[in-house]
Design a protein around this ligand. Structure first.
Ligand code: SRM
Ligand code: SF4
Length: 571
Protein backbone atom coordinates (compact mmCIF):
# COMPACT_ATOMS: atom_id res chain seq x y z
CA UNK A 1 0.00 0.00 0.00
CA UNK A 2 1.38 3.42 -0.93
CA UNK A 3 1.59 6.27 1.64
CA UNK A 4 -1.24 8.14 -0.15
CA UNK A 5 -3.50 5.07 -0.12
CA UNK A 6 -3.06 4.64 3.63
CA UNK A 7 -3.82 8.35 4.16
CA UNK A 8 -7.34 7.85 2.80
CA UNK A 9 -8.22 4.70 4.78
CA UNK A 10 -9.95 4.72 8.17
CA UNK A 11 -7.77 4.32 11.22
CA UNK A 12 -7.39 0.86 12.78
CA UNK A 13 -9.72 0.22 15.74
CA UNK A 14 -6.82 0.25 18.22
CA UNK A 15 -6.13 3.89 17.35
CA UNK A 16 -9.58 4.88 18.66
CA UNK A 17 -9.07 2.77 21.79
CA UNK A 18 -5.74 4.45 22.51
CA UNK A 19 -7.08 7.95 21.80
CA UNK A 20 -10.04 7.47 24.16
CA UNK A 21 -8.01 5.77 26.88
CA UNK A 22 -6.85 8.89 28.73
CA UNK A 23 -3.22 7.86 28.46
CA UNK A 24 -3.74 4.08 28.84
CA UNK A 25 -6.28 4.05 31.68
CA UNK A 26 -9.48 3.10 29.87
CA UNK A 27 -11.80 1.44 32.35
CA UNK A 28 -9.27 -1.15 33.50
CA UNK A 29 -9.73 -0.26 37.18
CA UNK A 30 -13.50 -0.91 36.94
CA UNK A 31 -12.93 -4.23 35.12
CA UNK A 32 -10.69 -5.42 37.93
CA UNK A 33 -13.51 -5.22 40.46
CA UNK A 34 -16.14 -6.77 38.17
CA UNK A 35 -16.65 -10.20 39.73
CA UNK A 36 -19.14 -11.35 37.07
CA UNK A 37 -16.38 -12.45 34.69
CA UNK A 38 -12.79 -13.64 34.88
CA UNK A 39 -12.05 -11.51 31.83
CA UNK A 40 -11.87 -7.80 31.02
CA UNK A 41 -13.46 -5.97 28.10
CA UNK A 42 -11.93 -6.24 24.64
CA UNK A 43 -10.92 -2.57 24.60
CA UNK A 44 -9.26 -2.82 28.00
CA UNK A 45 -7.51 -6.01 26.88
CA UNK A 46 -5.79 -3.89 24.23
CA UNK A 47 -4.79 -1.29 26.82
CA UNK A 48 -3.47 -3.72 29.45
CA UNK A 49 -0.82 -4.76 26.91
CA UNK A 50 0.86 -1.40 27.56
CA UNK A 51 0.97 -2.46 31.22
CA UNK A 52 2.68 -5.75 30.27
CA UNK A 53 -0.47 -7.89 30.50
CA UNK A 54 -2.32 -10.13 28.05
CA UNK A 55 -5.75 -11.62 28.55
CA UNK A 56 -5.53 -15.31 27.55
CA UNK A 57 -7.51 -18.49 28.02
CA UNK A 58 -6.51 -22.11 28.45
CA UNK A 59 -6.96 -23.45 24.92
CA UNK A 60 -6.66 -27.06 26.08
CA UNK A 61 -10.08 -26.77 27.73
CA UNK A 62 -11.76 -24.34 25.31
CA UNK A 63 -13.94 -26.89 23.49
CA UNK A 64 -14.95 -28.70 26.63
CA UNK A 65 -16.04 -25.44 28.30
CA UNK A 66 -17.87 -24.33 25.16
CA UNK A 67 -19.88 -27.57 25.22
CA UNK A 68 -20.70 -26.97 28.89
CA UNK A 69 -21.65 -23.36 28.03
CA UNK A 70 -19.03 -22.09 30.46
CA UNK A 71 -16.99 -18.93 30.06
CA UNK A 72 -13.51 -19.59 28.64
CA UNK A 73 -10.90 -20.43 31.29
CA UNK A 74 -9.52 -16.88 31.33
CA UNK A 75 -6.25 -15.90 32.93
CA UNK A 76 -3.50 -13.37 32.24
CA UNK A 77 0.09 -13.46 31.09
CA UNK A 78 2.44 -10.83 32.54
CA UNK A 79 5.77 -9.86 31.01
CA UNK A 80 8.37 -8.13 33.17
CA UNK A 81 10.37 -5.15 31.88
CA UNK A 82 14.01 -6.13 32.30
CA UNK A 83 16.44 -4.21 30.05
CA UNK A 84 19.43 -6.36 29.13
CA UNK A 85 17.85 -9.28 31.03
CA UNK A 86 19.48 -8.54 34.38
CA UNK A 87 18.03 -9.32 37.83
CA UNK A 88 19.33 -9.77 41.37
CA UNK A 89 19.02 -12.96 43.46
CA UNK A 90 16.44 -11.28 45.72
CA UNK A 91 14.40 -10.30 42.66
CA UNK A 92 14.68 -13.88 41.39
CA UNK A 93 13.41 -15.26 44.68
CA UNK A 94 10.50 -12.86 44.74
CA UNK A 95 9.48 -13.67 41.15
CA UNK A 96 9.72 -17.37 41.99
CA UNK A 97 7.53 -16.87 45.04
CA UNK A 98 4.98 -14.85 43.04
CA UNK A 99 4.87 -17.65 40.45
CA UNK A 100 3.78 -19.99 43.23
CA UNK A 101 1.36 -17.65 44.96
CA UNK A 102 -0.13 -15.77 42.01
CA UNK A 103 0.52 -17.68 38.77
CA UNK A 104 0.97 -21.20 37.43
CA UNK A 105 4.11 -22.14 39.38
CA UNK A 106 6.43 -21.68 36.43
CA UNK A 107 8.52 -18.83 35.07
CA UNK A 108 9.08 -18.48 31.35
CA UNK A 109 12.26 -16.85 30.01
CA UNK A 110 11.47 -15.10 26.74
CA UNK A 111 13.34 -14.52 23.51
CA UNK A 112 13.70 -10.87 24.57
CA UNK A 113 15.50 -11.58 27.84
CA UNK A 114 12.71 -11.30 30.33
CA UNK A 115 10.30 -13.31 32.50
CA UNK A 116 6.72 -14.14 31.77
CA UNK A 117 4.15 -15.38 34.26
CA UNK A 118 1.24 -17.40 32.91
CA UNK A 119 -2.11 -18.39 34.39
CA UNK A 120 -2.65 -15.31 36.61
CA UNK A 121 -6.29 -15.00 37.67
CA UNK A 122 -7.79 -11.52 37.57
CA UNK A 123 -7.84 -11.18 41.34
CA UNK A 124 -4.14 -12.00 41.50
CA UNK A 125 -3.02 -9.28 39.09
CA UNK A 126 -2.73 -6.43 41.56
CA UNK A 127 -1.03 -8.46 44.30
CA UNK A 128 1.45 -9.78 41.74
CA UNK A 129 2.29 -6.36 40.34
CA UNK A 130 2.52 -4.87 43.82
CA UNK A 131 4.82 -7.75 44.81
CA UNK A 132 7.07 -7.03 41.85
CA UNK A 133 7.09 -3.35 42.78
CA UNK A 134 8.52 -4.22 46.20
CA UNK A 135 11.51 -5.67 44.36
CA UNK A 136 11.73 -2.59 42.11
CA UNK A 137 10.43 -4.47 39.09
CA UNK A 138 7.62 -3.45 36.78
CA UNK A 139 5.93 -4.49 33.57
CA UNK A 140 5.43 -1.03 32.05
CA UNK A 141 5.60 -1.12 28.25
CA UNK A 142 6.61 -4.78 28.20
CA UNK A 143 3.93 -5.13 25.51
CA UNK A 144 1.80 -2.66 23.52
CA UNK A 145 2.45 -0.08 20.79
CA UNK A 146 5.58 1.33 22.40
CA UNK A 147 9.26 0.55 22.77
CA UNK A 148 9.49 -2.94 24.33
CA UNK A 149 12.12 -4.59 26.52
CA UNK A 150 15.50 -3.37 25.26
CA UNK A 151 17.90 -6.20 24.50
CA UNK A 152 21.63 -6.17 25.16
CA UNK A 153 24.44 -8.73 25.49
CA UNK A 154 23.74 -10.30 28.87
CA UNK A 155 27.26 -10.29 30.26
CA UNK A 156 28.83 -6.94 31.04
CA UNK A 157 31.71 -8.76 32.77
CA UNK A 158 33.04 -9.93 29.40
CA UNK A 159 34.73 -6.56 28.81
CA UNK A 160 34.49 -2.91 29.71
CA UNK A 161 32.76 -2.40 26.35
CA UNK A 162 30.02 -4.86 27.35
CA UNK A 163 29.52 -2.90 30.57
CA UNK A 164 29.26 0.43 28.72
CA UNK A 165 26.81 -1.08 26.24
CA UNK A 166 24.57 -2.36 29.03
CA UNK A 167 24.44 1.17 30.45
CA UNK A 168 23.45 2.59 27.05
CA UNK A 169 20.72 -0.04 26.65
CA UNK A 170 19.32 0.63 30.11
CA UNK A 171 19.49 4.37 29.48
CA UNK A 172 17.58 3.99 26.23
CA UNK A 173 14.94 1.87 27.94
CA UNK A 174 14.36 4.66 30.49
CA UNK A 175 14.42 7.32 27.77
CA UNK A 176 11.71 5.56 25.76
CA UNK A 177 9.38 4.70 28.66
CA UNK A 178 5.86 6.09 28.42
CA UNK A 179 5.34 8.92 30.89
CA UNK A 180 1.70 8.15 31.73
CA UNK A 181 1.04 7.46 35.43
CA UNK A 182 -1.76 5.03 34.52
CA UNK A 183 0.23 1.95 35.62
CA UNK A 184 0.95 3.43 39.05
CA UNK A 185 -2.63 4.50 39.58
CA UNK A 186 -4.27 1.26 38.46
CA UNK A 187 -1.90 -1.32 39.87
CA UNK A 188 -0.07 0.43 42.68
CA UNK A 189 -2.99 2.54 43.92
CA UNK A 190 -1.18 5.84 43.47
CA UNK A 191 -3.68 8.58 44.18
CA UNK A 192 -4.63 11.20 41.65
CA UNK A 193 -3.58 14.62 42.94
CA UNK A 194 -6.51 17.07 42.66
CA UNK A 195 -8.10 15.20 39.78
CA UNK A 196 -4.77 14.49 38.15
CA UNK A 197 -2.07 16.64 36.62
CA UNK A 198 -2.48 17.14 32.88
CA UNK A 199 -0.42 14.45 31.22
CA UNK A 200 1.79 14.55 28.20
CA UNK A 201 3.70 11.92 26.24
CA UNK A 202 6.49 13.99 24.67
CA UNK A 203 7.96 11.09 22.69
CA UNK A 204 4.84 9.17 21.79
CA UNK A 205 1.86 11.52 21.82
CA UNK A 206 -1.60 10.41 22.98
CA UNK A 207 -1.92 7.50 20.55
CA UNK A 208 1.59 6.12 21.08
CA UNK A 209 3.11 4.23 18.13
CA UNK A 210 1.22 2.57 15.28
CA UNK A 211 2.58 -0.80 16.45
CA UNK A 212 5.11 -2.49 18.73
CA UNK A 213 8.70 -1.27 18.53
CA UNK A 214 11.83 -3.26 19.39
CA UNK A 215 15.39 -2.23 20.13
CA UNK A 216 18.52 -4.35 20.54
CA UNK A 217 22.22 -3.69 21.18
CA UNK A 218 24.82 -6.18 19.87
CA UNK A 219 28.57 -6.43 20.24
CA UNK A 220 30.37 -8.29 17.44
CA UNK A 221 31.41 -11.03 17.04
CA UNK A 222 28.25 -12.13 18.91
CA UNK A 223 24.87 -11.40 17.37
CA UNK A 224 23.09 -12.99 20.33
CA UNK A 225 20.29 -10.39 20.26
CA UNK A 226 19.57 -10.97 16.55
CA UNK A 227 20.11 -7.30 15.88
CA UNK A 228 18.82 -7.49 12.30
CA UNK A 229 15.39 -8.55 13.53
CA UNK A 230 14.97 -5.37 15.59
CA UNK A 231 13.10 -2.23 14.50
CA UNK A 232 16.12 -0.31 15.75
CA UNK A 233 19.53 -1.81 16.44
CA UNK A 234 22.88 -0.62 17.69
CA UNK A 235 25.97 -2.59 16.68
CA UNK A 236 28.87 -1.75 18.96
CA UNK A 237 32.12 -0.67 17.31
CA UNK A 238 35.38 -1.06 19.22
CA UNK A 239 38.67 0.75 18.80
CA UNK A 240 41.54 -0.59 20.88
CA UNK A 241 38.99 -2.48 23.00
CA UNK A 242 37.01 0.72 23.73
CA UNK A 243 33.41 1.19 22.66
CA UNK A 244 33.60 4.23 20.38
CA UNK A 245 30.07 4.11 19.03
CA UNK A 246 27.46 2.20 17.12
CA UNK A 247 26.37 1.35 13.63
CA UNK A 248 22.63 2.04 13.58
CA UNK A 249 20.26 -0.50 12.01
CA UNK A 250 16.61 0.17 11.21
CA UNK A 251 13.63 -1.72 9.84
CA UNK A 252 14.10 -5.29 10.99
CA UNK A 253 11.01 -7.31 11.87
CA UNK A 254 9.84 -10.87 11.46
CA UNK A 255 6.06 -11.13 11.75
CA UNK A 256 4.12 -12.23 8.67
CA UNK A 257 0.86 -14.01 7.87
CA UNK A 258 0.70 -17.24 5.87
CA UNK A 259 -0.51 -16.59 2.33
CA UNK A 260 -0.36 -12.77 2.58
CA UNK A 261 2.52 -11.64 0.39
CA UNK A 262 2.16 -8.08 1.67
CA UNK A 263 3.51 -9.23 5.03
CA UNK A 264 7.07 -10.49 5.27
CA UNK A 265 10.10 -10.83 7.53
CA UNK A 266 12.79 -8.28 6.85
CA UNK A 267 16.38 -7.85 7.97
CA UNK A 268 17.33 -4.34 9.03
CA UNK A 269 19.38 -1.85 7.00
CA UNK A 270 22.59 -0.37 8.38
CA UNK A 271 22.24 3.43 8.01
CA UNK A 272 25.42 4.84 9.54
CA UNK A 273 27.63 5.30 12.58
CA UNK A 274 27.00 7.35 15.73
CA UNK A 275 28.84 8.05 18.96
CA UNK A 276 27.41 6.77 22.28
CA UNK A 277 26.02 10.19 23.26
CA UNK A 278 23.94 10.12 20.06
CA UNK A 279 22.05 6.91 20.95
CA UNK A 280 19.06 8.59 22.56
CA UNK A 281 18.73 11.46 20.06
CA UNK A 282 18.93 9.09 17.08
CA UNK A 283 16.70 6.47 18.73
CA UNK A 284 14.20 9.19 19.62
CA UNK A 285 14.25 10.47 16.03
CA UNK A 286 13.64 6.96 14.67
CA UNK A 287 10.71 6.47 17.05
CA UNK A 288 9.25 9.89 16.24
CA UNK A 289 9.52 9.25 12.49
CA UNK A 290 7.70 5.95 12.86
CA UNK A 291 5.15 7.63 15.14
CA UNK A 292 4.37 10.20 12.45
CA UNK A 293 4.67 8.09 9.28
CA UNK A 294 3.85 4.51 10.35
CA UNK A 295 0.61 3.11 8.92
CA UNK A 296 -2.16 3.55 11.49
CA UNK A 297 -4.85 2.12 9.20
CA UNK A 298 -3.68 -1.49 8.96
CA UNK A 299 -2.00 -3.23 11.87
CA UNK A 300 -0.57 -5.86 9.55
CA UNK A 301 1.30 -3.09 7.76
CA UNK A 302 2.14 -0.87 10.71
CA UNK A 303 5.68 -1.90 11.72
CA UNK A 304 8.65 0.29 10.91
CA UNK A 305 9.85 -2.22 8.29
CA UNK A 306 6.84 -1.35 6.10
CA UNK A 307 7.31 2.40 6.57
CA UNK A 308 10.85 1.95 5.27
CA UNK A 309 9.85 -0.40 2.43
CA UNK A 310 7.15 2.06 1.30
CA UNK A 311 9.11 5.30 1.55
CA UNK A 312 12.66 4.10 0.96
CA UNK A 313 15.68 3.92 3.22
CA UNK A 314 17.23 7.14 1.87
CA UNK A 315 14.10 9.12 2.76
CA UNK A 316 14.01 7.50 6.20
CA UNK A 317 17.62 8.23 6.97
CA UNK A 318 17.30 11.86 5.94
CA UNK A 319 14.13 12.26 8.06
CA UNK A 320 15.94 10.80 11.09
CA UNK A 321 18.95 13.07 10.56
CA UNK A 322 16.73 16.13 10.26
CA UNK A 323 14.95 15.30 13.50
CA UNK A 324 18.16 14.40 15.34
CA UNK A 325 19.83 17.58 14.12
CA UNK A 326 23.01 15.94 12.81
CA UNK A 327 24.23 13.63 10.07
CA UNK A 328 25.19 10.02 10.66
CA UNK A 329 28.79 9.14 9.83
CA UNK A 330 29.45 6.30 7.36
CA UNK A 331 28.91 2.86 8.87
CA UNK A 332 32.05 1.12 10.17
CA UNK A 333 33.14 -2.43 9.36
CA UNK A 334 31.86 -5.20 11.63
CA UNK A 335 31.62 -8.97 11.56
CA UNK A 336 29.33 -11.35 13.41
CA UNK A 337 30.28 -15.00 13.79
CA UNK A 338 27.80 -16.48 16.26
CA UNK A 339 24.43 -16.22 17.96
CA UNK A 340 25.08 -18.83 20.63
CA UNK A 341 25.02 -18.16 24.36
CA UNK A 342 28.13 -18.83 26.44
CA UNK A 343 27.32 -22.17 28.08
CA UNK A 344 29.29 -23.38 31.10
CA UNK A 345 31.91 -21.42 33.10
CA UNK A 346 33.66 -18.31 31.79
CA UNK A 347 35.91 -15.85 33.56
CA UNK A 348 34.99 -12.17 33.42
CA UNK A 349 37.44 -9.27 33.19
CA UNK A 350 36.65 -8.34 36.81
CA UNK A 351 37.93 -11.67 38.21
CA UNK A 352 34.45 -13.10 38.76
CA UNK A 353 33.01 -16.06 36.86
CA UNK A 354 29.73 -16.59 35.05
CA UNK A 355 27.92 -19.83 34.27
CA UNK A 356 25.65 -20.15 31.24
CA UNK A 357 22.91 -22.69 31.89
CA UNK A 358 20.89 -24.13 29.02
CA UNK A 359 17.13 -24.19 29.64
CA UNK A 360 14.99 -25.69 26.92
CA UNK A 361 12.46 -23.10 25.68
CA UNK A 362 13.23 -21.00 28.76
CA UNK A 363 10.61 -22.87 30.81
CA UNK A 364 11.60 -22.86 34.47
CA UNK A 365 9.51 -25.37 36.36
CA UNK A 366 9.90 -28.48 38.45
CA UNK A 367 9.11 -31.69 36.64
CA UNK A 368 9.98 -35.27 37.48
CA UNK A 369 13.71 -35.75 37.15
CA UNK A 370 14.18 -32.11 36.18
CA UNK A 371 13.77 -29.81 39.24
CA UNK A 372 15.15 -26.70 37.52
CA UNK A 373 13.00 -24.25 39.43
CA UNK A 374 14.09 -25.64 42.81
CA UNK A 375 17.74 -25.65 41.76
CA UNK A 376 17.68 -22.03 40.61
CA UNK A 377 15.79 -21.00 43.75
CA UNK A 378 18.49 -22.61 45.87
CA UNK A 379 21.22 -20.90 43.86
CA UNK A 380 19.42 -17.58 44.33
CA UNK A 381 19.40 -17.99 48.11
CA UNK A 382 23.22 -18.24 48.18
CA UNK A 383 24.34 -16.37 45.11
CA UNK A 384 26.10 -13.03 45.63
CA UNK A 385 26.21 -11.87 42.02
CA UNK A 386 23.17 -11.66 39.80
CA UNK A 387 21.26 -13.43 37.02
CA UNK A 388 21.19 -12.59 33.32
CA UNK A 389 18.50 -13.80 30.98
CA UNK A 390 19.69 -14.36 27.45
CA UNK A 391 18.00 -13.75 24.08
CA UNK A 392 18.08 -17.53 23.56
CA UNK A 393 15.87 -18.20 26.60
CA UNK A 394 18.77 -19.34 28.80
CA UNK A 395 20.05 -18.04 32.13
CA UNK A 396 23.53 -16.94 33.16
CA UNK A 397 24.53 -17.04 36.81
CA UNK A 398 26.82 -14.06 36.89
CA UNK A 399 29.37 -12.46 39.22
CA UNK A 400 30.41 -15.71 40.91
CA UNK A 401 33.54 -15.60 43.05
CA UNK A 402 36.07 -18.44 42.61
CA UNK A 403 35.07 -19.68 46.11
CA UNK A 404 31.37 -19.83 45.19
CA UNK A 405 31.92 -21.79 41.96
CA UNK A 406 31.92 -25.21 43.67
CA UNK A 407 28.83 -24.21 45.68
CA UNK A 408 26.85 -23.51 42.49
CA UNK A 409 28.16 -26.70 40.92
CA UNK A 410 27.14 -28.73 43.97
CA UNK A 411 23.58 -27.37 43.88
CA UNK A 412 23.21 -28.28 40.22
CA UNK A 413 24.71 -31.73 40.83
CA UNK A 414 22.42 -32.32 43.82
CA UNK A 415 19.41 -31.70 41.59
CA UNK A 416 20.76 -33.88 38.78
CA UNK A 417 21.32 -30.83 36.55
CA UNK A 418 25.11 -30.83 36.23
CA UNK A 419 25.04 -31.89 32.59
CA UNK A 420 22.43 -29.56 31.15
CA UNK A 421 25.03 -27.98 28.86
CA UNK A 422 26.37 -31.32 27.62
CA UNK A 423 23.76 -31.38 24.86
CA UNK A 424 23.83 -31.57 21.11
CA UNK A 425 24.85 -28.44 19.22
CA UNK A 426 21.35 -28.41 17.73
CA UNK A 427 19.66 -28.45 21.16
CA UNK A 428 21.91 -25.74 22.54
CA UNK A 429 20.92 -23.57 19.58
CA UNK A 430 17.19 -24.39 19.58
CA UNK A 431 14.41 -21.95 20.43
CA UNK A 432 10.67 -22.29 20.56
CA UNK A 433 7.89 -19.85 21.27
CA UNK A 434 5.25 -20.50 23.94
CA UNK A 435 2.31 -21.34 21.62
CA UNK A 436 -0.33 -23.71 23.07
CA UNK A 437 -2.07 -23.74 25.48
CA UNK A 438 -1.78 -20.03 26.40
CA UNK A 439 -1.09 -18.17 23.17
CA UNK A 440 -4.33 -17.13 21.52
CA UNK A 441 -2.66 -16.94 18.10
CA UNK A 442 -1.05 -20.40 17.99
CA UNK A 443 -1.99 -22.58 15.00
CA UNK A 444 0.21 -25.50 16.09
CA UNK A 445 2.27 -26.72 19.04
CA UNK A 446 5.72 -25.29 19.61
CA UNK A 447 7.21 -25.39 23.14
CA UNK A 448 5.42 -28.64 23.94
CA UNK A 449 6.75 -30.41 20.84
CA UNK A 450 10.35 -29.13 20.83
CA UNK A 451 11.92 -31.83 23.02
CA UNK A 452 10.49 -34.67 20.89
CA UNK A 453 11.51 -32.93 17.69
CA UNK A 454 15.06 -32.50 18.95
CA UNK A 455 15.29 -36.13 20.06
CA UNK A 456 14.35 -37.23 16.57
CA UNK A 457 16.81 -34.86 14.93
CA UNK A 458 19.55 -35.89 17.36
CA UNK A 459 19.31 -39.50 16.16
CA UNK A 460 19.93 -38.29 12.60
CA UNK A 461 22.77 -35.99 13.67
CA UNK A 462 24.43 -38.74 15.71
CA UNK A 463 24.39 -41.05 12.70
CA UNK A 464 25.92 -38.31 10.56
CA UNK A 465 28.60 -37.52 13.16
CA UNK A 466 27.27 -33.99 13.68
CA UNK A 467 26.20 -34.10 17.33
CA UNK A 468 28.44 -31.24 18.39
CA UNK A 469 27.89 -29.02 15.38
CA UNK A 470 26.14 -25.76 16.16
CA UNK A 471 23.03 -25.67 13.95
CA UNK A 472 20.20 -23.26 14.73
CA UNK A 473 16.66 -24.63 14.82
CA UNK A 474 13.67 -22.53 15.83
CA UNK A 475 10.01 -23.44 16.05
CA UNK A 476 6.95 -21.23 16.33
CA UNK A 477 3.27 -22.09 16.56
CA UNK A 478 2.31 -19.46 13.97
CA UNK A 479 3.97 -17.10 11.48
CA UNK A 480 4.29 -14.17 13.92
CA UNK A 481 7.88 -15.21 14.48
CA UNK A 482 8.27 -15.00 18.28
CA UNK A 483 11.25 -17.39 18.36
CA UNK A 484 12.74 -15.59 15.32
CA UNK A 485 12.35 -18.70 13.11
CA UNK A 486 13.12 -16.91 9.83
CA UNK A 487 16.67 -16.31 11.06
CA UNK A 488 17.25 -19.99 11.86
CA UNK A 489 19.12 -22.45 9.68
CA UNK A 490 16.08 -24.70 10.19
CA UNK A 491 12.79 -22.94 10.90
CA UNK A 492 9.43 -24.61 11.53
CA UNK A 493 6.46 -22.27 11.47
CA UNK A 494 3.06 -23.54 12.61
CA UNK A 495 0.33 -23.61 10.01
CA UNK A 496 -2.36 -25.91 11.45
CA UNK A 497 -2.45 -28.60 14.14
CA UNK A 498 0.49 -30.90 13.37
CA UNK A 499 1.48 -28.92 10.24
CA UNK A 500 4.44 -26.59 9.77
CA UNK A 501 5.93 -24.50 6.99
CA UNK A 502 9.58 -25.52 6.73
CA UNK A 503 12.29 -22.92 6.09
CA UNK A 504 16.01 -23.54 5.70
CA UNK A 505 19.17 -21.69 4.76
CA UNK A 506 19.52 -18.70 7.08
CA UNK A 507 23.07 -17.79 7.94
CA UNK A 508 24.08 -19.04 11.39
CA UNK A 509 25.21 -15.57 12.49
CA UNK A 510 21.75 -14.06 11.99
CA UNK A 511 22.54 -11.89 8.98
CA UNK A 512 20.47 -13.69 6.32
CA UNK A 513 16.88 -14.91 6.38
CA UNK A 514 16.01 -18.47 5.48
CA UNK A 515 13.75 -19.53 2.62
CA UNK A 516 10.72 -21.73 2.24
CA UNK A 517 11.45 -25.36 1.48
CA UNK A 518 7.94 -26.70 2.01
CA UNK A 519 4.75 -24.75 2.78
CA UNK A 520 2.99 -27.37 4.90
CA UNK A 521 4.59 -30.49 6.34
CA UNK A 522 4.09 -32.87 9.23
CA UNK A 523 6.99 -33.42 11.61
CA UNK A 524 7.51 -36.83 9.96
CA UNK A 525 7.87 -35.06 6.60
CA UNK A 526 10.26 -32.51 8.07
CA UNK A 527 12.51 -35.35 9.21
CA UNK A 528 12.14 -37.14 5.89
CA UNK A 529 13.02 -33.98 3.95
CA UNK A 530 15.96 -32.93 6.10
CA UNK A 531 17.62 -36.29 6.85
CA UNK A 532 19.24 -36.64 3.40
CA UNK A 533 20.27 -32.97 3.47
CA UNK A 534 21.93 -33.41 6.87
CA UNK A 535 23.74 -36.51 5.58
CA UNK A 536 24.98 -34.63 2.53
CA UNK A 537 26.06 -31.73 4.72
CA UNK A 538 28.20 -34.11 6.80
CA UNK A 539 30.13 -35.31 3.76
CA UNK A 540 29.97 -32.48 1.22
CA UNK A 541 30.32 -29.27 3.24
CA UNK A 542 33.20 -26.93 2.61
CA UNK A 543 35.61 -26.25 5.48
CA UNK A 544 33.86 -24.16 8.14
CA UNK A 545 30.65 -23.98 6.12
CA UNK A 546 27.59 -23.64 8.37
CA UNK A 547 24.47 -25.69 7.69
CA UNK A 548 22.52 -22.67 6.46
CA UNK A 549 25.22 -21.70 3.97
CA UNK A 550 25.38 -25.29 2.71
CA UNK A 551 21.61 -25.31 2.15
CA UNK A 552 21.84 -21.98 0.40
CA UNK A 553 24.67 -23.17 -1.87
CA UNK A 554 23.59 -26.72 -2.61
CA UNK A 555 19.93 -27.27 -1.80
CA UNK A 556 17.85 -24.17 -2.35
CA UNK A 557 16.97 -22.84 -5.80
CA UNK A 558 18.71 -19.62 -6.77
CA UNK A 559 15.62 -17.37 -6.85
CA UNK A 560 15.80 -15.96 -3.36
CA UNK A 561 12.66 -14.52 -1.81
CA UNK A 562 14.09 -13.32 1.51
CA UNK A 563 17.11 -11.05 1.48
CA UNK A 564 20.19 -10.65 3.61
CA UNK A 565 22.24 -7.90 5.17
CA UNK A 566 24.30 -6.18 2.53
CA UNK A 567 22.10 -7.03 -0.44
CA UNK A 568 20.07 -3.85 -0.12
CA UNK A 569 21.42 -0.36 -0.49
CA UNK A 570 22.15 1.12 2.90
CA UNK A 571 22.03 4.84 2.17
FE1 SRM B 1 5.69 -12.43 20.23
C1 SRM B 1 2.41 -11.80 19.79
C2 SRM B 1 5.04 -14.41 22.83
C3 SRM B 1 8.98 -12.39 21.03
C4 SRM B 1 6.44 -11.26 17.09
N1 SRM B 1 4.00 -12.94 21.18
C5 SRM B 1 2.75 -12.54 20.88
C6 SRM B 1 1.75 -12.99 21.96
C7 SRM B 1 1.66 -11.89 22.97
C8 SRM B 1 0.37 -13.45 21.45
C9 SRM B 1 -0.73 -12.43 21.37
O1 SRM B 1 -0.54 -11.34 20.82
O2 SRM B 1 -1.81 -12.75 21.86
C10 SRM B 1 2.53 -14.22 22.51
C11 SRM B 1 2.21 -14.62 23.94
C12 SRM B 1 2.34 -16.12 24.12
C13 SRM B 1 2.28 -16.57 25.52
O3 SRM B 1 1.31 -17.31 25.85
O4 SRM B 1 3.16 -16.26 26.30
C14 SRM B 1 3.95 -13.84 22.19
N2 SRM B 1 6.78 -13.15 21.72
C15 SRM B 1 6.34 -14.03 22.64
C16 SRM B 1 7.48 -14.59 23.47
C17 SRM B 1 7.11 -14.88 24.92
C18 SRM B 1 8.00 -15.86 22.79
C19 SRM B 1 8.90 -16.73 23.61
O5 SRM B 1 8.60 -17.91 23.63
O6 SRM B 1 9.87 -16.26 24.20
C20 SRM B 1 8.51 -13.47 23.27
C21 SRM B 1 8.40 -12.38 24.28
C22 SRM B 1 9.42 -11.32 24.08
C23 SRM B 1 9.50 -10.28 25.15
O7 SRM B 1 9.99 -10.61 26.23
O8 SRM B 1 9.12 -9.15 24.89
C24 SRM B 1 8.09 -12.94 21.91
N3 SRM B 1 7.40 -11.83 19.26
C25 SRM B 1 8.67 -12.02 19.73
C26 SRM B 1 9.61 -11.82 18.67
C27 SRM B 1 11.11 -11.98 18.78
C28 SRM B 1 11.80 -10.72 19.21
O9 SRM B 1 11.15 -9.71 19.48
O10 SRM B 1 13.02 -10.73 19.29
C29 SRM B 1 8.88 -11.51 17.54
C30 SRM B 1 9.44 -11.31 16.10
C31 SRM B 1 10.15 -10.04 15.93
C32 SRM B 1 9.21 -8.97 15.51
O11 SRM B 1 8.52 -8.41 16.38
O12 SRM B 1 9.12 -8.69 14.31
C33 SRM B 1 7.49 -11.52 17.92
N4 SRM B 1 4.62 -11.61 18.73
C34 SRM B 1 5.11 -11.26 17.49
C35 SRM B 1 4.00 -10.87 16.66
C36 SRM B 1 4.09 -10.39 15.18
C37 SRM B 1 4.37 -8.94 15.10
C38 SRM B 1 4.32 -8.44 13.67
O13 SRM B 1 5.01 -7.50 13.35
O14 SRM B 1 3.56 -8.98 12.87
C39 SRM B 1 2.83 -11.03 17.43
C40 SRM B 1 1.39 -10.77 17.00
C41 SRM B 1 1.03 -9.33 16.96
O15 SRM B 1 1.75 -8.45 17.41
O16 SRM B 1 -0.04 -9.07 16.44
C42 SRM B 1 3.26 -11.50 18.72
FE1 SF4 C 1 1.99 -17.34 19.78
FE2 SF4 C 1 2.66 -17.31 17.23
FE3 SF4 C 1 4.14 -15.98 18.98
FE4 SF4 C 1 4.21 -18.58 18.97
S1 SF4 C 1 4.86 -17.28 17.27
S2 SF4 C 1 3.97 -17.29 20.80
S3 SF4 C 1 2.15 -19.14 18.42
S4 SF4 C 1 2.06 -15.51 18.46
Amino acid sequence: MSPSESATKPLAANEGIKAASHFLRGTIAQDLIDGSTAAITEDNAQLTKFHGLYLQDDRDVRNERRKLKLEKAFSFMLRVRLPGGRCSPSQWLLLDQLATERANRSLRLTTRQTFQFHGILKGNLKPLIQGMHQALLDSIAACGDVNRNVMAPPNPERSAAHGAMYDHAKGFSEFALPKSRAYHEIWLDDQLVAGGEPENEPLYGPTYLPRKFKVGFALPPSNDVDVFSQDLGFIGILEGGKLVGYNVTVGGGLGMSHGNAETFPRVADVIGFITPDQVNPVGGAVIATQRDYGDRTNRKHARLKYTIEDRGIAWFKSEVEQRAGFTLAPARAFEFSTIQDPHGWHEGVDGTWFYGLHILSGRIKDSEGWPMRSALREIATLHQGDFRLTPSQNVIVSGVSPEQKPVIEAILAKHGLANENARSGLRLNALSCVALPTCGLALAESERMLDDLLLRFETVLDEAGLRDDAISLRVTGCPNGCARPYLAEIGLVGKAPGKYALYIGAKYNGTRLNRLLSPSTTVDDVLALLTPIIRRYATERATGECFGDFCQRVILPADATFHSVGTKSAA
